[in-house]
Ligand binder design. Structure first.
Ligand code: GAL
Length: 381
């Protein structure tokens, strides 16, 4: 696969040269000979640039075409980095990603390296540098900090390695840059606004629309993921927005970061229940791991889900879906790790075949309520 990587690097360089020449902004590092006027120099430079660009474009098109038929999954290397292994949802995701690459696409297990970013961007950046030095053919990255995407994308570009970001979405400016500069970088994920909206709708679908005590407002606590993560921001915002859009008055009693973690979800819910007691009508958790923790705290406080308190999460971890079926959680939202893993792997292959890729690729979330929980559970097995 080495030839192909080189070809793609040339392709990118020529695209950039072409666009620079087109805007007349091409710069040369060499200085003009003293006897030549500035205008002459400029004209010569422009001509030289155009020739180089044309030659490069010609070579690239031919090489890309030749290399396109060259893709062979069995000798292609993949570098994968997960923001941290100690995360229930990302564990499901990475297991499925590896299974799909090997079992469905024919990659060799020994050609796939998956590393644990351990929640530390510096550590993860080192791992990525090593992947680049070792010359992997493609990278699939779940960044610790999505804000590091610009630097990492530039390193991948320089090395001619396509990169598929998953789960932690870089910002819109960065995604637009990939498109504008023709970079081989893309994002595969879900639109977290949708999951937040679904959580709010699940509360609206209850008998009293979340207003258990009938005082005219929904009093809730919000257990957030990592607030730097757009999933946490959007779920927090849009779950509540669904209520207010439906004309409900809301009362936020408590909002704290639980970093996607079950033990923190339990502790925070316990704190909130101690402080606000019966006042708490709804517990919004940005994910299921924290909702499982919240359920432990709710049960320990002698409260009963769907009777005197509502509880919703996101992800559709098996245990959470079973809780929905058993009436111990009001609902969750399926964060489809299977469809996301498939999309990420398929898109990596598209790059390796020289095909065009969109900068953003979204998979739909799905509401999980008692009505379809069994079906979702069966699909997860
Ligand atoms: C979210 C997921 C969380 C956590 C997070 C990591 O999409 O719902 O459980 O895995 O990604 O970035």
């Amino acid at each position: 696969m080495k030839l192909f990587k080189k070809v793609m690097a040339v392709g990118l360089a020529s695209t950039m040269v072409l666009s620079m020449a087109a805007c007349g902004g091409a710069e040369k590092e060499t200085t003009a000979a003293p006897a030549t006027t500035a205008a002459e120099t400029k004209a010569e430079e422009t001509k030289a640039e155009e020739t180089t660009a044309a030659e490069a474009a010609e070579t690239t098109a031919a090489e890309v075409a030749a290399a396109a038929g060259d893709f062979d999954a069995s000798n292609t290397t993949v570098g994968i980095s997960i923001y941290k292994f100690d995360d229930n949802f990302m564990t499901l995701y990475r297991t499925e990603l590896e299974r799909y690459l090997v079992e469905e696409l024919g990659f060799k297990k020994e050609n796939i390296t998956i590393q644990d970013g351990k929640g530390d961007q510096a550590e993860q950046s080192n791992q990525i540098d090593n992947f680049i030095t070792s010359g992997v053919d493609v990278l699939i990255l779940n960044l610790v900090q999505a804000s590091s995407a610009p630097q990492i994308t530039d390193k991948c570009k320089d090395a001619g390695i396509p990169v598929v970001y998953i789960n932690r979405e870089p910002d819109v400016d960065e995604e637009e840059r990939w498109k504008a500069e023709g970079l081989q970088a893309t994002y595969v994920g879900c639109d977290a606004r949708q999951s937040g909206t679904f959580q709010g709708e699940e509360i609206l679908e209850t008998a009293n629309k979340g207003d258990i005590n009938g005082d005219g407002k929904v009093s809730y606590i919000m257990i957030q993921g990592d607030p730097e993560n757009v999933d946490a921001q959007y779920r927090t915002e849009f779950s509540v927005k669904a209520l207010t859009d439906a004309g409900m008055e809301v009362n936020e009693l408590f909002k704290q970061r639980g970093d996607w973690d079950q033990a923190k979800g339990q502790q925070l819910t316990q704190d909130a229940l101690t402080q606000f007691g019966e006042e708490v009508e709804v517990v919004f958790c940005n994910n299921d791991a924290m909702a499982l923790g919240a359920l432990q705290a709710i049960e320990a406080a002698g409260r009963k889900v769907n009777e005197d308190i509502y509880l919703v999460g996101v992800d559709a971890l098996t245990e959470a879906v079973q809780n929905v079926l058993d009436g111990k959680m009001t609902g969750t939202v399926f964060n489809d790790h299977m469809a996301q893993a498939k999309a990420a792997a398929d898109i990596a292959v598209q790059y390796l075949k020289g095909e065009a890729v969109e900068p953003v690729n979204m998979v739909d979330y799905r509401k999980v309520t008692p009505d379809n929980a069994q079906e979702v559970l069966d699909a997860l097995k």
